[in-house]
Design a protein around this ligand. Structure first.
Ligand SMILES: *Cc1c(COP(=O)(O)O)cnc(C)c1O
Length: 388
């Protein structure tokens, strides 16, 4: 059996090596490292794939979030609601821009932002909601869009983990994640579903004016060379990364299918095992099920995350390590308890789900190259431990 990895980027590269190597060499030969044609081509191809009007490439997924918030003109003191159970980048940029982060609890079955908690958190100062399509599953956008409309709030979709997922509305209309809010961000960090070979990110929007504003912001606030109209940043996707992404974008759907197939195998093996809760897929076509939702593909399994009940999780992690099976705990600490983001306004009673999930979750290897033998070895190892 091949050694199991959390993410197998070497194996994935082997299958596209020729195309990637040629494209990278072409960038070097042309010496068009910044703003080269590859970047513009990739931008167009991603706009077509996502069916959004504007893609603005930038340096990473954290910058993408920051530029989106700057582009919307959010001002210090504006409140931005986001999930307590996610990667820190979201809350980090909110705080960095001196906006006020308002962390709320998540749904225990999907790990995504709890829409009832959003409603409770809205005040006259609320300006935006940042739903994160966590672990690759689309957040409950139908409800979130309705809340935003009622209260005139912006939606910034953090699509760093969800690229390629579809969200199907109750009326049957299907939109890719990142195309539903006013603006969305993604990351091309190597381990993401669409990853480059360094850092990269992008912002998406269907709003022409907002796109224009953000194109200036990413380039030092310039709309005309050496005329700095607004305070901007320097955030670019370089041509070599764009070349890698152009080689991988046509494969994104098959990559996501491979992840979904691995998730299906995991689910099958863990079905009925006491104290294991497999990921629930919940959307408008699939009210709440462990079966994959094949009508809309609303989950693209950036992570495959179990909840482990009544079990010493550290002992399970140690057991897996002993068998050379990598795993991860995403995320071990609620954001509202992180030193940098503590705030006396928070009441522990408002975070029962996140406080519980951080003790229960464990993510198993998930990537495009997992084979049946590896999955069987992983699931058997977990099940043996759980039954012992
Ligand atoms: C990875 C990630 C980011 C940040 O992306 P970087 O490219 O690493 O800056 C933001 N939000 C979420 C949910 C992520 O998973």
């Amino acid at each position: 059996m091949k050694r199991i990895q959390m993410v197998d980027l070497k194996g994935q590269y082997a299958a596209i090596k020729e195309r990637v190597d040629t494209s990278i060499q072409e960038v070097i030969d042309a010496a068009a490292f910044i703003n080269g044609p590859e970047v513009h081509q990739f931008q167009k191809e991603l706009e077509d794939y996502l069916n959004v009007k504007h893609v603005i490439p930038c340096a990473n997924g954290t910058d993408a979030l920051q530029i989106a918030m700057m582009g919307l003109g959010l001002q210090p003191g504006d409140e931005v609601i986001t999930a307590d159970f996610t990667f820190a980048a979201t809350v980090e940029v909110i705080a960095l821009l001196q906006l006020t982060p308002v962390l709320v609890d998540v749904d225990p079955s999907t790990f995504n932002i709890d829409t009832e908690a959003i409603k409770k958190a809205i005040t006259p100062k609320t300006k935006a909601i940042v739903p994160v399509h966590l672990f690759g599953q689309a957040a409950d956008m139908e409800t979130i869009l309705a809340i935003a409309k009622e209260h005139q709030l912006y939606i910034i979709e953090d699509n760093a983990q969800g690229i390629g997922a579809n969200y199907r509305f109750a009326d049957g209309n299907t939109i890719k994640t990142g195309g539903m809010g006013h603006v969305a961000s993604t990351s091309f960090f190597p381990s993401k579903n669409l990853g480059c070979y360094g850092d990269g990110g992008a912002i998406f929007t269907n709003d022409d004016d907002l796109a224009h504003t953000m194109r200036g912001i990413v380039n030092h606030g310039m709309y005309q060379r050496y005329h700095h109209d607004v305070v901007g940043v320097n955030s670019r996707l370089d041509s070599i990364q764009a070349a890698v992404l152009r080689a991988k974008l046509p494969k994104l759907d098959s990559y996501n299918d491979a992840r979904r197939n691995a998730a299906r195998e995991y689910n099958k093996a863990f079905a009925g095992i006491t104290n294991i809760i497999t990921p629930k897929i919940k959307c408008t076509t699939n009210q709440e099920s462990t079966a994959l939702c094949d009508n809309c593909n609303c989950h693209v399994f950036h992570q495959y995350t179990l909840r482990i009940l009544n079990t010493d999780r550290d002992a399970l992690v140690a057991h897996l390590q002993e068998k050379e099976i990598p795993c991860g705990v995403y995320y071990p600490i609620p954001l509202h308890l992180q030193k940098a983001y503590q705030d006396e306004r928070y009441d522990e009673a408002d975070f029962p789900v996140t406080n519980q999930l951080v003790k229960e979750v464990i993510s198993l290897p998930m990537h495009t190259e997992l084979d049946q033998e590896q999955i069987a070895f992983i699931t058997n190892t977990v099940i043996t431990f759980m039954n012992s």
